[in-house]
Design a protein around this ligand. Structure first.
Ligand code: C2E
Ligand code: MG
Ligand code: MG
Length: 407
């Protein structure tokens, strides 16, 4: 029997539809491959048994933990009243791994992330596992290393649905405004794709972008995104040369053969100056594939386009990519902006990021500004550009640019 089936069976037994209260945790040991490569199989096995023992030590007698992969455990927690209790359990597991484990006499630290999904009469064991897995992926990007699956039930995006959406122009371009924090003037937009599918409803972009990356549809999605964005922006940009537009580019599309030529053709077709295009690449991309990414970005920059590092601060980056090429913009991740008002430490971290970016002659953008207090604080810290629901939500491109057609 596959371990996955063991988990499905434990979920059905401990949290049956008649008494579904409970949660599933996915607990992931990160960087195990690196550990194994450095210290060998024996040490790695010893680390896993120490991990197993400690994990069991922080569970209740009624809980069940099953190893579901090389680095993953699923933990069934029956009888929890709500998500707060599940979060406490996840926090307890995270805390338990803050002190080193004994891997065959060698003290070893493991970084652990924990995803939480709440069970329910309507949630099948498979959906529960997928939800906890999605939360675990999100937890890897959170400072506290645990996250609760937030809301939208896991949709299964079919290849045909997505292919059809991309090729028959069912996606929409939304634009979110970017403002200079000092003067409050508009300096550009970020283009964000939206998909309202008749069957699936609203599908979150991070989900369908990932689906596109995994099914080979990302090149088509990227081509659509670039052309649709430039088509909307071109007339406005001609009259307002100080404006620019950020376009998110998946690292897979960026490193595909022909991307640079495709980008250059799109600029020609829509007659947009390269300086008005900011290509946003997530920081994790630089970590995963620095050489290929670096080559593509260098060529694009030589053509005059600008490069932003998106979600800066979440990519476990060594910053070494700054040694090899110039970055025009750093977009400080939303998680820092969200926490900075409650934590002086996070606030100082944001200030340090801003100072570092400035010393590298890069512009700083703060994502996720939701109130005036955060706006004022970022301005005081010297951040250049702000983006968020407070200054302006993403809106359909025509709506976002309507102010220009009135003048
Ligand atoms: P991102 O590039 O970091 O985009 C910023 C995200 O923050 C957007 O989420 C935006 O709606 C959200 N946001 C903006 N202001 C606020 C705020 O004040 N509060 C909160 N809570 N959120 C705010 P969205 O649109 O869901 O996009 C998620 C991610 O999906 C984007 O993150 C980007 O990585 C990706 N994405 C979106 N459109 C495209 C696309 O056309 N191509 C590619 N490759 N990726 C895309
Ligand atoms: Mg972005
Ligand atoms: Mg971002």
């Amino acid at each position: 029997m596959l371990n996955r089936d063991v988990v499905f069976e434990a979920i059905a037994r401990l949290m049956p539809p008649a008494q579904p209260q409970g949660a599933l945790l996915v607990v992931r040991m990160q960087r195990m491959r690196e550990f194994e490569a450095v210290f060998g199989y024996q040490a790695s096995d010893a680390l896993v048994s120490a991990f197993d023992e400690r994990l069991h030590g922080c569970l209740r007698g009624v809980d069940e933990a099953v190893r579901i992969g090389e680095c993953d455990y699923a933990v069934v927690l029956p009888g929890l009243r709500d998500a707060n209790h599940a979060t406490l359990a996840a926090a307890k597991v995270s805390r338990a791994f803050q002190s080193p484990l004994d891997a065959g006499g060698r003290p070893s630290r493991v970084v652990v992330s924990v995803g939480v999904a709440m069970s329910g009469a309507e949630v099948s064991p498979e959906a529960l596992c997928l939800n906890a897995d999605a939360a675990c992926a999100q937890a890897q990007r959170q400072p506290e290393r645990h996250a609760v699956f937030n809301g939208q039930a896991q949709v299964s995006i079919g290849y045909e649905d997505l292919h059809h959406a991309i090729t028959s122009n069912r996606l929409q371009v939304y634009l979110q405004p970017l403002f200079a924090l000092e003067s409050g003037t508009l300096c550009g937009y970020e283009s964000l794709a939206r998909w309202h599918d008749p069957r699936l409803g609203f599908v979150r972009p991070d989900l369908f972008v990932t689906a596109a990356e995994q099914t080979g549809l990302i090149d088509g999605l990227t081509r659509w995104s670039i052309n649709a964005t430039l088509r909307h922006c071109a007339p406005v940009f001609k009259a307002h040369p100080h404006l620019h537009c950020g376009i998110n580019i998946s690292p897979i599309a960026l490193t595909a053969a022909g991307f640079v030529d495709q980008m250059s053709a799109a600029l020609r077709i829509w007659d947009v100056r390269p300086e008005q295009v900011m290509l946003e690449v997530t920081e994790t991309a630089f970590v995963d594939n620095p050489q290929l990414i670096g080559q593509a970005l260098t060529r694009l920059r030589e053509m005059g386009m600008k490069i932003a590092v998106d979600d800066f601060g979440t990519g476990y980056s060594s910053l070494s990519y700054f040694r090899h090429f110039h970055v025009d913009e750093l977009k400080i991740d939303i998680s820092f902006v969200r926490d900075m008002m409650h934590s002086p430490r996070v606030c100082r971290l944001v200030e340090s990021i801003i100072n570092m970016a400035h010393s590298l002659e890069a512009v700083t953008v703060a994502e996720g500004i939701e109130d005036s207090a955060v706006w004022n604080k970022l301005r005081e810290l010297g951040c250049d550009i702000g983006q968020g629901y407070y200054p302006g939500r993403p809106a359909p491109a025509d709506e976002a640019l309507a102010q220009f057609s009135a003048t």
